[in-house]
Design a protein around this ligand. Structure first.
Ligand SMILES: [Zn+2]
Ligand SMILES: [Zn+2]
Length: 432
């Protein structure tokens, strides 16, 4: 093979695209039901935006961004996440002027130069929402409910919300100092990265995968135990609202989301059946990010969910039917090139009502009907020399085997009659 896709990228092939489209449809439906408008910022932005919004010393910005210089010498980066671009867009377009809550949703590719592993890609896709203009806990609960509703609509029944708080500007600085002190005392037991984090960004140590660090940190102080009264009340209110909606949750005292901009609520939604890599989506509150990026002071909260992993789970659990049912469609078989104008005319008329695929290959009828069966369509329409002369067509019901030759102007009527009289039995997914 001469060319291969770049390492860590993925092809969306025809066998998987129907499921992809269904998932996208689920997302569109649910965000619409919750009153979120779709937005689509560009996939690259000024590198400086991500450094500012996501945090210069996060792994995402310092190690994983695809950055390049354009022909005018500007440094641009492929977006590693969705929030920074949405926040930039909101400020630039003055979307916050209207008062009330600004509710936005997005779906698209993200890019991180990460070590590729199962279910993780360098070009991956996320959907997410951002809700701006309100600081109260009810909005946090709404977002968690929205994420859970989307996953449930995708067919995933068993879900668990992990909930934490990273504090705010009132209580976090004192906690970070306390943590730094504790880390200094255990310096010899930490990995080199965590020893560095102790200085630059102590909260990051809870992300470490090293077992030595994990052990050492067991008795380190936790943010959850050092929240100020306001942050504690906020968290408890979110929990009460989730309990009201019968959404199962638990407090996770180790949760540190990978990005720096969070304040107060952070959360992840898990499928407990998945084991270690069970997080399907997560997010949190970011009350200072809009201001830090040059906008007016605006509390906000958001989440994102990885589409590739979700697709894998949905596939594995057979949650959405793996194939779009095209059992009401038709496959038009040409027995001679002379039938091409007739086929075009018939297809144009039928497509107003049903999907039609035309076979121009000139293969044998047997071979063409085999393809029709693989496509999972209900009808084959055969056009040979006799049909051309008579302006007729032979319609074959691939479910029942019944076949009839009739004037081409009557085709649609008969197809609709057959569809109405005999609802197609559930068919197996086409074996492509
Ligand atoms: Zn470590
Ligand atoms: Zn606080």
């Amino acid at each position: 093979m001469k060319y291969q896709r770049p390492r860590g990228t993925n092809d969306l092939t025809p066998d998987r695209s129907p499921l992809w489209r269904r998932l996208r449809h689920v997302y569109e439906e649910v965000v619409t039901q919750f009153g979120y408008a779709e937005v689509d910022p560009p996939i690259f932005e000024a590198t400086e935006l991500f450094a500012r919004a996501v945090g210069e010393d996060t792994d995402v910005v310092s190690k994983e961004m695809y950055s390049f210089t354009d022909r005018k010498g500007r440094s641009l980066s492929l977006r590693p996440e969705g929030t920074a671009g949405v926040v930039r867009m909101v400020i630039e377009n003055g979307l916050l002027g209207g008062g009330g809550i600004l509710r936005l949703a997005y779906w698209g590719p993200m890019f991180r130069y990460d070590r590729p592993q199962a279910g993780r890609y360098r070009q991956f896709h996320q959907f997410g929402v951002e809700a701006l203009g309100e600081g109260g806990p009810a909005l946090d609960a709404e977002l968690i409910e929205l994420l859970v509703a989307t996953l449930r609509a995708a067919g995933l029944g068993e879900l668990r919300v992990d909930l934490g708080s990273v504090g705010d500007r009132c209580c976090r600085p004192a906690y970070v100092e306390r943590l730094r002190e504790a880390l200094t005392g255990m310096d010899d037991r930490l990995c080199p990265t965590c020893r560095e984090r102790r200085v630059t960004n102590p909260l990051r140590v809870f992300d470490c995968k090293e077992t030595g660090c994990h052990e050492a940190l067991k008795h380190a102080p936790r943010m959850l135990d050092h929240l100020c009264d306001d942050c504690r009340a906020h968290l408890e209110r979110v929990e009460a609202l989730l309990a009201d909606q019968a959404i199962p949750f638990r407090r996770d005292r180790d949760m540190v989301r990978g990005l720096d901009y969070y304040t107060r609520t952070v959360f992840e939604v898990h499928d407990p059946g998945l084991g270690a890599q069970s997080a399907l989506g997560g997010g949190g509150r970011y009350d200072h990010l809009v201001e830090d990026c040059g906008g007016p002071p605006t509390p906000a909260v958001g989440f994102s969910a990885g589409i590739e992993r979700l697709l894998g789970v949905v596939e594995q659990e057979g949650a959405l039917a793996a194939s779009e049912r095209r059992s009401y469609g038709a496959y038009l078989s040409l027995m001679t090139p002379a039938a091409e104008p007739h086929a075009a005319r018939i297809a144009a008329r039928l497509r107003r009502a049903i999907p039609v695929e035309v076979d121009f290959t000139g293969r044998s009828l047997k071979a063409q009907l085999k393809t029709a069966n693989q496509r999972g369509v209900r009808f084959a329409i055969i056009l040979g020399p006799d049909e051309i002369d008579a302006r007729s067509a032979t319609l074959k019901d691939l479910d029942s085997g019944v076949q009839k030759t009739l004037p081409e102007s009557d085709l649609l009527e008969l197809i609709q009659a057959w569809l109405a009289s005999e609802p197609p039995a559930p068919r197996a997914a086409p074996g492509r």
